[in-house]
Write a protein of this length. Structure first.
Length: 333
């Protein structure tokens, strides 16, 4: 039974019930509707029959103050020729037939309120035009990136490395980071270098933790850094050899396009803003173990207590998506 057939059947049943008990008020109370609707449906049934009880599509509202379509077309035609003009200048060039605020609203409803959006919307750019490297990079950065394909926990881990700080007596500290692209469940460990040996140690610890949680990793996405791959013709690299041993597919980001690994980039930004920046100002760390301990506490909060607003998490916690169950929260930091 379709939705329309169900609605028709429900309303016809109400009319029949009211007639059988000869009491409209009682029938309306039983069906949870007002008598106003009863009389409305009765009139429709008498006029149009059973089809009159179907849900009627709402007419499109008439907006008396809406901008005339010919003016809208004139604005859209104008920005094709002059995509870098702002709303105020567009209004002035068109003879102030509308104010700049109306021009902005028209562009915003069509996703053209930013200059870069108007440039990207041009369809008649000659193919022989050679766009410079800096402009092409700006266009690439502004284009909405395709979402990473990830169907379940363990489908793919996104990896990256970044410099954290320098500890007195220890030296530079680097963070190796991994995040599950399906659940946003993240792990991070600190090292005094970003060598291939450290990357193998990091991924072995990460896979061990996820394996204990019942998650099998199938793919890994990383950049082309020397800690993850080699640029020599021999193609031998201990990190890649370890992944082959574990039967894990290794994928790479596009060269000079670090934003294509945006999942882990955003995770690292969160750690930097919510943990490192306040922690390094409030406390002096003397060993890498002290910093790792506090980082572990934050990661427990991030994975098991902090709600996320991503397009997959939608207000839930990473652990909820990792297991799709709330009975595993007995894990302690």
């Amino acid at each position: 039974m379709t939705k329309d057939e169900f609605i028709q059947s429900h309303r016809l049943s109400l009319l029949s019930r009211a007639k059988s008990i000869n009491n409209i008020s009682r029938a309306c109370r039983e069906y949870g509707v007002s008598r106003t609707y009863y009389y409305k449906w009765t009139e429709r049934f008498i006029t149009y029959g059973i089809q009159g009880l179907a849900e009627q599509p709402r007419p499109k509202p008439v907006m008396p103050n809406s901008t005339r379509s010919d003016i809208v077309d004139k604005i859209l035609e104008f920005i094709k020729a002059y995509p870098t003009y702002g709303p105020t200048r567009i209004a002035n060039q068109l003879g102030n037939i509308v104010c700049s605020a109306i021009v902005y609203n028209i562009l915003k409803r069509r996703g053209l309120n930013r200059r870069i959006d108007r440039l990207l919307a041009l369809e008649n750019i000659p193919s022989e035009v050679d766009i410079g490297y800096l402009m092409q990079r700006r266009l690439d950065e502004t284009k909405p990136l395709p979402r990473i394909e990830s169907h379940y926990s363990g489908y793919m881990l996104s990896l990256d490395t970044f410099y954290v700080c320098t500890l007195k007596g220890i030296g530079r500290i680097y963070q190796f980071t991994a995040i599950d692209t399906y659940s946003s469940f993240g792990l991070a460990y600190l090292y005094t270098d970003k060598s291939a040996k450290s990357s193998v140690d990091f991924i072995s610890r990460t896979l061990g933790i996820l394996d204990n949680m019942g998650i099998t990793v199938e793919r890994i996405l990383s950049d082309n850094g020397k800690e993850y791959t080699t640029h020599w013709d021999s193609r031998y690299h201990i990190f890649e050899e370890y992944l082959k041993f574990k039967n894990i597919e290794h994928r790479y980001t596009k060269v000079r396009h670090p934003w294509t690994n945006g999942f882990v980039e955003r995770f690292q930004r969160t750690i930097l803003e919510e943990f490192y920046q306040p922690a390094l100002l409030k406390k002096t760390y003397h060993t890498i173990e002290e910093l790792q301990y506090d980082l572990d506490q934050f990661l427990y909060f991030y994975n098991f207590q902090r709600t996320h607003q991503g397009y997959r998490t939608k207000g839930s916690k990473p652990c909820d998506l990792l297991y799709k169950c709330g009975d595993y929260l007995s894990i302690s930091p």
